[in-house]
Design a protein around this ligand. Structure first.
Ligand code: AMP
Length: 537
């Protein structure tokens, strides 16, 4: 008997899905019942052996983690999900750590969240064990190797009594903030850090349920669906849009341990896959892999795409050239959507109906979106404004940063920092307020719009536009580009070409040819790092 099983929607729904396949990974295939069993064991282990803990302010409850942070680092696969669910079922807050991170980055996340426990697999053990030892977590039994926990799976130990997670909200009532709704905190994800030092985005169980439910409804997830997951599991895209939507729906998720373009293609083309979701960089890599394949394999892969019902792109602007090339290869018009760690997904092109290239569609169910000017007032139709979002999917707070949390909201609306415009009833993203909107000669220009144009140049493979401070212009439009193999390009010929497509003030006046653009783990271009390239030249 597991008392909390009806409280968390994902876990309650899993009971209904029972013997259906939930996860397929490199080790095998696992049902929803397997997931319920394994997560109960993880929860029981997390709650066990806590008798020696100091009682901090009377909050320590030996039968409920009550919002303790549990950081975990496991290769994507069944153990990752069992651990995430186990943390939730024990009443903890899950902090997924990024694979392939450097030691200082992991130290920052563990220390910023003040994680009480670390869970890891054998692959991560050498690094995590050392971090646990340095923090005294090893000695107190708070450094847990997943393989040892799962060893209990084969024993006959009875399932532990787990806390009633939804009903017990002591952690919330003791440290309440205005943005926290009915349920307790569930997860902390660190923002991708393309601008500043990462901040921990705290979502509650209610937020997560709302984020999932909106996508399940809009994209008509069903239990027959099968999806391939190749995205990192420390980001909303992989965790919510792919994994959690699949598990909510009784569908099955094939989790790849890491990204490899040909393995992903094999997954897409396995005849059973119905859905695929990725970031634009992944699509660019899949296109390159397809182009490097034999004519027979190309034909096979392209044909196999007909079995899928939906392919989605998001987390960064999708170049129209990528959308068009993908359509030629796969026959699919990618559905582009817009979202953020803090809000889940907010805007989406339609599942049925016209998808407008370069646009991100309209608000998802239960999400309110508005565009405001610098004075915070809604702008008139056809005028660019900052996207503000309101609704149950919007996060609770930045972890340990009440000031930043307050600043992020205006009258209950979350200020995304992204600028958009509504054209013909659909939203088009123009860029981030701080980095993608340049001020040059008094004109505000969108970096994304210039990038979109430059990608049409036959010699340009990739490009990033940034503003470089300039006494005369305020900012100069600066282009960092990666050239196509064997191509050459200088500033003068680029300017001559670009003047046919762009207003004079949008034409780059600085050019830097680089081997690769600096990108983060999600494949997003890190604009401050691009700007720094110009400062060092
Ligand atoms: P993250 O929190 O890492 O998901 O990053 C969210 C940011 O990615 C947003 O604030 C946008 O700047 C950007 N973003 C997400 N989706 C899109 C999209 N479809 N087009 C342009 N930018 C996007």
């Amino acid at each position: 008997m597991i008392p909390n099983i009806t409280c968390l929607p994902l876990i309650a729904l899993a009971q209904r899905h029972g013997e259906r396949t939930a996860i397929v990974d490199a080790q095998g295939s696992y049902t929803y019942n397997d997931l319920l069993d394994a997560s109960a064991r993880v929860a029981a282990t997390l709650l066990g052996g806590r008798d020696d803990l100091d009682d901090v302010n009377g909050l320590t409850d030996l039968s409920d983690l009550n919002g303790e942070r549990v950081a975990f680092l496991l290769t994507p696969g069944f153990p990752w999900v069992a651990t995430q669910w186990g943390i939730w079922r024990a009443g903890g807050i899950g902090v997924p750590l990024p694979c392939n991170s450097a030691k200082p980055e992991l130290e920052f996340l563990i220390d910023d969240t003040k994680a009480s426990t670390l869970v890891f697999d054998a692959a991560a053990e050498p690094l995590l064990r050392a971090l646990a030892e340095a923090r005294g977590l090893d000695k107190s039994g708070r450094a847990l190797l997943y393989e040892q926990i799962s060893g209990d799976l084969v024993s006959d130990a009875p399932a532990a009594e787990l806390p009633d997670v939804a009903a017990s909200n002591i952690a919330i009532s003791k440290i309440a903030t205005p943005n926290i709704a009915g349920t307790r905190r569930a997860m902390i994800l660190y923002t991708s850090g393309t601008t500043n030092k990462p901040k921990g985005v705290v979502t509650t169980h209610d937020n997560i349920a709302a984020q999932i439910a909106a996508l399940v409804q809009a994209w008509e997830w069903r239990r027959e669906d099968r999806i391939v997951l190749c995205l990192p599991l420390h980001h909303v895209h992989g965790i919510i849009n792919v994994l959690s939507c699949a598990l909510w729906s009784g569908a099955s998720c094939r989790m790849l341990p890491r990204f490899d373009a040909n393995t992903v293609w094999d997954g897409i083309a396995d005849g059973a896959t119905t859905l695929f979701m990725a970031v634009p960089t992944v699509y660019a890599k899949l296109i390159a892999a397809w182009e490097n394949s034999s004519p027979e394999r190309r034909a096979f892969l392209s044909q196999a795409c007909a079995n899928l019902r939906l392919m989605v792109s998001g987390s960064a602007a999708l170049p129209v050239s990528t959308l068009e090339r993908w359509k030629e290869i796969s026959g699919h018009t990618l559905l582009e959507r817009y979202g953020m760690t803090e809000i889940g997904m907010a805007l989406s092109n339609p599942l049925h109906g016209q998808r407008v290239p370069g646009s991100v569609g309209t608000p998802l169910p239960s999400v309110e979106v508005r565009l405001v000017g610098e004075n915070g007032e809604p702008v008139n139709a056809g005028t660019p404004g900052e996207i503000e979002v309101r609704g149950p999917s919007v996060f609770a707070e930045y972890w340990g940063k009440p000031e930043a949390t307050r600043e992020a909201f205006r009258d209950g609306w979350f200020r995304t920092g992204d600028i958009a415009i509504v054209e013909h009833g659909v939203y088009r993203i123009l860029g981030r307020t701080s980095i993608d909107i340049l001020k040059t000669g008094g004109h505000k220009v969108s970096a994304l719009e210039i990038e979109e144009t430059l990608r049409e140049h036959p010699a340009i493979a990739e490009c990033a536009i940034v503003g470089v401070p300039d006494g005369e212009w305020g900012e100069r439009v600066a282009a960092a580009i990666v050239l196509c193999d064997g191509s050459l390009l200088d500033l003068e010929s680029l300017r001559t070409w670009a003047k046919d497509f762009l207003a004079a003030h949008k034409v780059p006046s600085r050019l830097l040819v680089v081997d690769a653009l600096p990108r983060n783990a999600m494949g997003k271009v890190i604009k401050p790092a691009v700007a720094a390239l110009f400062h060092t030249k």
